[in-house]
Design a binder for this molecule. Structure first.
Ligand SMILES: *Cc1c(COP(=O)(O)O)cnc(C)c1O
Ligand SMILES: [Zn+2]
Length: 392
């Protein structure tokens, strides 16, 4: 274990590994930093060859003692060559095959294991549904009480998943940001470890970054030209980039992929700022999209958007907005041609790669990996036309 502590992402503050949610000096998000000189390259090399799941990358994760691991065998998901006529070399990272059918199992297995290691007895999360469904399964495994705040508009499938795992659920009025604030206050008052998958919990992103190690390994130890990621606040995008940055630091990779941040046109605070060339992200007044899992208006934590924007810039990436019709077409194409059934938020990456090819951003010979973040059965009413999108 080579994590040295937490440090601020915008000022000089650093401290120990004890869970905190923001910089005590400037209020910015925190991140885990490591002593990379101490990392055993041979162990990482072996993990890149033989990993079966996320915890095989322990050498680059912040947990001290393996006995604290709470795992449901997450990670180790396939990378699949697309047969769609994409006009580039497209691959899908199939995160629907995680234990609770979304990539959220990666941030949560690290977050809950760290919470257990640090002596927390109860955990919580604000979620658009998948994060809560995932965390409640891990909480059941760990026998820890779990508190979830989700918007009232959350698809029933995701709520029922949480119910059966035994979470206590608060259905919050308003959009995701309202759930975020409500959960934050409750968690502070009760000393619950807050696992909200924005940049609030500094450990969860360490789970996201393992997606990078797997993609690198699956492409025969090469770095794709592009990685397309659906954005909530964007912790997954920044996490994947961090994974590649580490592979470069450790001498395995020699460049970074260009990160393509994808949002729905009806809720695009980060991509909007990217398109306008602005440095700061403004919150989105009124979300309206079928891609509920990524409908995050960022109200009250706009700084999270700035950090994601910075990751896109740092990787020479881009932001793409997709319309709901494009997303629905992508859901159909992925299911019919590539035999992959994903929820709208996930399909947005296929629509975005298509757009980026048309715009000349992605070239024909380039490799583009799209992260298919969650399964289509999670929001089946929507896809059956029985429920309207998130509309607040
Ligand atoms: C949470 C989620 C995202 C966004 O991930 P962030 O790390 O919050 O940006 C994308 N797709 C799905 C299906 C999700 O559940
Ligand atoms: Zn700071």
């Amino acid at each position: 274990m080579h994590a040295l502590g937490l440090k601020c992402t915008s000022c000089e503050w650093s401290g120990d590994l004890n869970l905190r949610y923001e910089c005590p000096l400037c209020g910015s998000p925190l991140e885990v930093f490591y002593d990379y000189d101490q990392v055993d390259r041979a162990k990482v090399d072996r993990a890149l060859r033989e990993y079966r799941g996320l915890w095989d990358f322990r050498e680059l994760l912040p947990l001290r003692d393996s006995r604290h691991i709470v795992s449901l065998h997450e990670g180790g998901t396939p990378l699949i060559r697309s047969e769609l006529p994409m006009k580039c070399q497209a691959f899908w990272k199939d995160e629907t095959r995680n234990p609770t059918l979304s990539f959220k199992d990666r941030p949560n297995t690290v977050g809950i294991s760290m919470a257990r290691e640090q002596g927390f007895e109860e955990i919580s999360i604000a979620s658009t549904g998948n994060g809560g469904a995932s965390l409640s399964a891990y909480a059941a495994r760990a026998k820890m009480p779990c508190h979830v705040c989700v918007p009232e508009s959350t698809p029933p499938g995701k709520v029922v998943q949480q119910m059966y795992h035994g979470a206590s659920i608060v259905l919050c009025k308003g959009d995701y940001s309202d759930s975020y604030q409500h959960n934050r206050l409750l968690s502070q008052a009760h000393h619950w470890a807050n696992m909200t998958s924005t940049y609030l919990n500094p450990f969860t992103m360490e789970g996201d970054k393992t997606i990078a190690y797997e993609i690198f390994s699956q492409l025969g130890r090469s770095v794709p030209d592009w990685i397309a990621v659906p954005l909530g606040a964007g912790a997954m995008l920044t996490g994947i980039l961090k994974g590649f940055e580490e592979l470069c630091l450790l001498g395995f990779a020699d460049r970074l992929p260009r990160m393509m941040g994808v949002q729905a046109e009806g809720c695009a605070p980060i991509v909007d700022a990217w398109i306008r060339g602005e440095e700061h992200v403004n919150s989105w007044p009124r979300c309206s999209t079928i891609a509920g899992a990524i409908a995050d208006p960022l109200t009250g934590y706009e700084k999270d958007g700035d950090r994601t924007l910075n990751s896109i810039h740092r990787s020479n990436g881009c932001g793409i907005r997709v319309r709901d019709e494009e997303i629905l077409r992508a859901v159909r194409d992925l299911a019919a041609e590539d035999a992959m059934f994903v929820e709208p938020a996930s399909a947005s990456v296929a629509a975005a790669i298509n757009q980026a090819v048309e715009k000349g951003l992605v070239k024909e010979q380039e490799v583009a990996v799209g992260i298919l973040t969650a399964h289509g059965l999670k929001d089946v009413e929507q896809l059956a036309g029985k429920r309207k999108g998130t509309e607040i």
